[in-house]
Design a protein around this ligand. Sequence first.
Ligand SMILES: [Zn+2]
Length: 435
Amino acid sequence: MELEISRWFKDNSDEIAEISERIFNLAEAAYEEHNSSKTIADYLASYGFKTESGIGGMPTAFRSRWGKGKPVIGFLGEYDALPGLNQGREPYYTGDKSRNGHGCGHNLLGAGSAAAAAALARALEAQGRQGTIVYYGCPAEETLEGKIKMMEAGCFKELDAALSWHPLDCNMAGEAKYQVMDSIEFAFTGVYAHAAVEPHLGRSALDACELMNVGVNYLREHVPDDVRMHYCYLNAGEKPNIVPGYARVLYYIRNKDRRVLDDVTARVTKVAEGAALMTGTEVSARVRIRGSETILNNKLIQHLYEIMTQIDIPEYTDEEKEFMKVLAKNAGLPAAAGELCREINPPTGKPVDIGGSTDLSSVSQIVPTGFIFTSCLPKGVSLHHWACTACAGSSVGNKGMLYAAKVLAQCGYDLIADEALLEQVKKAYLETQEG
Ligand SMILES: [Zn+2]
C-alpha cells in the first residue's frame, strides 16, 4: 500500500471507528439522517473538504470536494438505518422493534468511504499531486431513491470513476449484478361511510388494496421464478367504524432483467386497476423510482481484487470469534455457524446475481463504478436482520470497514497516479456502453 495511506490508517483508525459508532447510535432512517450526514461532512471539513448540502432537494444529501483539476474520483457513502432493526452490541436479541437500527451496516459504509476520501486527500497533499476527490453523502439508499435524485440534480457526471463498498459476509471485488427494482405507490380512493350504520354507502379503498394484493399473489405463479414482488401498506384506514376512503400500498418489484421487469410492472399495474374496478374505487400509480441494471467494470474489478490481495486481511481475536459463534446460534439462520471469512473471492469473469437492489446501479450506468464487499458479518448472516445490526456495531464490523477503506483509498490513489490505469477503466466502461 502507498506509504502515506498506510501511515494515515495507523494514526486515524480509532477516529473512523468513533464516527461509525456515532452513526450506529444515531440510527437515522431514510431522509432523517440529519446528524449522521453532518457527522461525516464535519469530519471531511476537518480535512479541508468543501461541502455543498441539500443536493437534489434532500437536506441530508451532500457533496464534499477536495483538491483541484483532473482526474476526479468519487467515493460514495451511505448512512441510513432501517425501521424496526434496532439492536445493541450483544450477540443475542436486545432490540426494540419500534426503533431504527443499522441492519445493513450503512454506519460502516458511510464512515469507511469517508476514511478512504480523507486518507487519499492526505496522500495527494503529501506528494503534491493534482486531482479532485469528491465524497458523495447519499441518503435514503434503503428506499433506493437517494442516488437517483442526486443524479437528476446532475451529480456524478463530473467523475472519472466512482468507488464504493458494502459490508457483507465475504471479501470480494464487486462482481455482483444487483436486481433492477421498480418502486411504485398505488393509492386507492373510495368513499368514507359509517361502517356499521351505512356500510352500503362506502367504497373501501382498503378492500381495493387487499384485492390488489390477492391478485398479485395469484400473478406470482405466472411470472418467471426470479421475479420478486413485495409490498407493505402505507395507509390502511384509521378506525374500524369508518369504511376507509383512502388507502395506499407500496410495491417493490424486481428482476435482474429490465425487459422482464417492465412486463411484470405493467401486469401488476393492471391488477391494481382490476381491484379498483371491483371495489368502485379509483387508483393512481406513482412511480417512486425506476431502477437500473448494474454495469460492471472488469478493469476496476480486477484492480480492486489485486489491491485486496496486497493489503493485510483482518485477523480476529478469540473473543471476536466466540462472539460471532454465539450470535449465529442465537440468530437461528440456517446457513450461519459464526465462521468469519478470511479469504478473498477471485473474479470469475461471470457476474454473481445478488437478490437485493441498490441505487449504486444507476450510478454505474453513467460513470465507471467499482465496488467491493468486505467481511463484516459471519458467513450466512443476512443483511436486514437484527444479527447484522449487532455486527455493524461490533469490532469485527470495524475491521471490515477499515479494510474496505484502505482498499478504496489505494484504488483512488492508483486511478490518480496511474494515467494508463484510468484510461483502461474508461475503455472498459465504454465497451459496456457499446455492447
Ligand atoms: Zn445496504
